[in-house]
Design a protein around this ligand. Sequence first.
Ligand code: GDP
Ligand code: GDP
Length: 439
Amino acid sequence: MKPLVAIIGKPNVGKSTFFNKISGSRISIVLDTPGVTRDRIYSDVDWLGHQFTIVDTGGIELKSTDTMHTHIVKQAELAIEVCDCILFFVDGRSELTADDFDIASLLRRSKKPVLLVVNKIDDFSTLNLCDYYGLGMGEPIPISAEQKLGLGELLDKVLEHLPSVEPVDTVENVKVAVVGKPNVGKSSLVNKLLGYDRSIVTDIAGTTRDSIDTRVTVNGKNYTLIDTAGIRRKRSIEDSTIEQYSVVRSLASIRRADVCLIVIDASSEISEQDVKIAAYCHEQGKPSVVVINKWDTIEKDSNTVNKFNNQLKADLAFMDYFIATTTSALTGQRVSKLWEQIDYVFAKANFRATTGLLNDCIGDAVSSVEPPSKAGKRLKIKYATQVSVCPPTFVIFVNTPTLMHFSYKRYLTNYLRKTFDLQGTPLRIVIRGGNEKDE
Ligand code: GDP
Ligand code: GDP
């Protein structure tokens, strides 16, 4: 799981300049899912073989009723809540202000590692960092985002402060994240899922985060509901109407989960934010169940479920493998069925094909639809093997990878999905060049 690193600070200190500079050549921006508009506030970073994701909280839009000060405070709270390491940016070309000191005092109360970054130091020869010690955030790190000075040193320090590994869980259990925009019924659903006849083992305080995970045993199987504190106890930022706050929070949970419950509200239209959250589950390779909650609130006729499903299929076209259930967290209708579905999609994500079966399947696919060719040269598929689970990932060796067309890759993906009945989980195909001698 990649750690999350937040960039926070007042406006104009150079956060987005920094974000954009390190999102350059060395860094691959998360592949966008077609049809999903993405806010450029995340970027995956690979520094010396270590991967993490940076979030520019400054890229979160200001709510019209928020003052700049509340906005800054909310961003800091969000960063403290969901991130593993915080880069606190200040402006090296102007005096520190009350806002800087306010952010510092919030950060000091958190247990998260914080690096104090003094930006806009375009000339290291006249360095004087005395004033910045006054923030009480430890040693200031000078950089110039614009001139790309000191960035390597900063990223080295980030690596030192990232958690090495998640605490190892000795009891085998499935980690479940309940995600969705505010007010769709996540808390109600979690309470129902944890309700009656279940033995809740304990609330486990996260060691590297402020989250609280709840363990629950259902039918002899162990599950951990992720970050239940954040769901059950409302936090100020959850009330925010700014959708990006809840998207950032969702992402943090999704990354830690084995299975995601993507909760949407049956009583309102599917929104861009619902789709974004689903897209994160998909991109992170997590199996998921779409939970159409508040089913009790809508007028139903014989066609209602179909109508809903068709709308969902259109909105979630990029994850056409999804499965969905209608629930009411209010009455409890079909909530307990979710446990079965969690097991189902988790099992699918853990699917393993034998190499023999896999190659038979690819062979069948190839004989039904001939592989593409370009300039007289035809794609030849040599051999396939499954390299991992969660999600099932297949490597297909071919004569010349550039001959693989995305539509043919999609055809193979669909063929594998159909043959092995892989509903509810993403799957991945990686194309590799084979040994040219064998041609
Ligand atoms: P943000 O609001 O914190 O995201 O700040 P921006 O990245 O938009 O930067 C604010 C201004 O500071 C812009 O005019 C940048 O060009 C400038 N700036 C950012 N980094 C540097 C730097 O390292 N040196 C100098 N001199 N200016 C910078
Ligand atoms: P969250 O913000 O996603 O955690 O949503 P909550 O669980 O706090 O629910 C938001 C509101 O919707 C509350 O007033 C709930 O009582 C209500 N609610 C949640 N689930 C249902 C449901 O299935 N049916 C109905 N009618 N109301 C629900």
